[in-house]
Design a protein around this ligand. Structure first.
Ligand code: SAM
Length: 257
């Protein structure tokens, strides 16, 4: 069931369309098969049914499908799902694409592996909705299924935090990023200003940033067990040198049931 809700920043297709070249350069796609190898080495799923939640342009979905997984990619942005469909056609893989809000997608006892990659979590003003998403994921996993989530961890962010940064891209586009921490160090407000061909365009978005402990607590609160944290996809500890927050969490149960 899809509910009517107030519009938020992530509901705007133009946001994803305009930022697509910066978020999803070819290198990100080229690096994905290796990333997915690492994901599988960490998660060790016991079967081949995978959910790629907030799949975007399908980079992980396609890499999983190429490895023989039956993949369902869920995302609410039509523009990105169209990219995903086109890329899957080129890659000659079949994937089920579902256009739905992550708060609404639940398919009980259906997946051995669920992924949430590249900071696709924490978007809602009401933090209990993040919990609702985790509850859906938990329900959608089969017994002994595994969930891997990869986000910008609060500890990583605190270490590198700068209120303003700027980058120049190969096509000459300049990206100025402004960041502000609010809500007692639970959330970050971002403004990305794109300077392209003498024109400036601003994009504002905000999301919750979870610490390792907060992520673990949230996962355990919905029933996950054996929650392990890592600081990169290579499986290094979530310690002082962590670049990302990765949590791997299991659903209890006997997979043969
Ligand atoms: C940073 S992108 C990551 C995409 C993909 N996971 C990857 O690793 O390439 C975040 C994705 O979340 C999707 N998204 C944002 N809000 C959503 C929501 N409420 N429900 C479903 N998808 C959402 C966006 O459309 C976008 O594809």
């Amino acid at each position: 069931m899809t509910r009517r809700r107030k519009r938020e920043w992530f509901d705007d297709d133009a946001f994803w369309r305009d930022l697509y070249p910066l978020m999803f350069p070819e290198k990100r796609f080229a690096d994905t098969p290796e990333e997915v190898e690492k994901v599988l080495a960490m998660a060790k799923p016991r079967g081949k049914a995978a959910l790629d939640l907030c799949c975007g342009p399908g980079r992980c979905s396609i890499a999983l499908a190429k490895k023989g997984f039956t993949v369902t990619g869920v995302d609410k942005t039509g523009f990105l799902l169209n990219k995903a469909r086109a890329k899957a056609r080129t890659a000659k893989v079949r994937i089920e694409w579902v256009q739905m809000d992550m708060r609404d997608f639940v398919r009980p006892n259906s997946f051995d592996l669920a992924l949430s990659m590249f900071t696709s979590f924490g978007y809602f003003d009401d933090k209990t909705q993040d919990t609702a998403v985790l509850r859906n994921i938990f329900a959608s996993l089969r017994a002994a299924g595994v969930f891997l989530i990869e986000v910008a961890g609060k500890e990583c962010l605190a270490k590198i935090f700068q209120p303003v940064t700027s980058d120049v891209f190969p096509d000459g586009t300049i990206l100025v990023q402004r960041h502000e921490i609010f809500d007692d160090w639970t959330r970050i407000r971002n403004e990305w200003i794109l300077l392209r061909k003498g024109r400036a365009k601003s994009f504002k978005f905000h999301h919750t940033v979870y610490s390792g402990q907060e992520m673990r607590d949230k996962l355990e609160a919905v029933g996950f067990v054996d929650v392990r944290l890592y600081g990169n996809l290579g499986g290094d500890e979530y310690g002082p040198d962590a670049q990302r927050l990765i949590a791997v969490a299991r659903k209890h149960g006997d997979p043969s049931l």
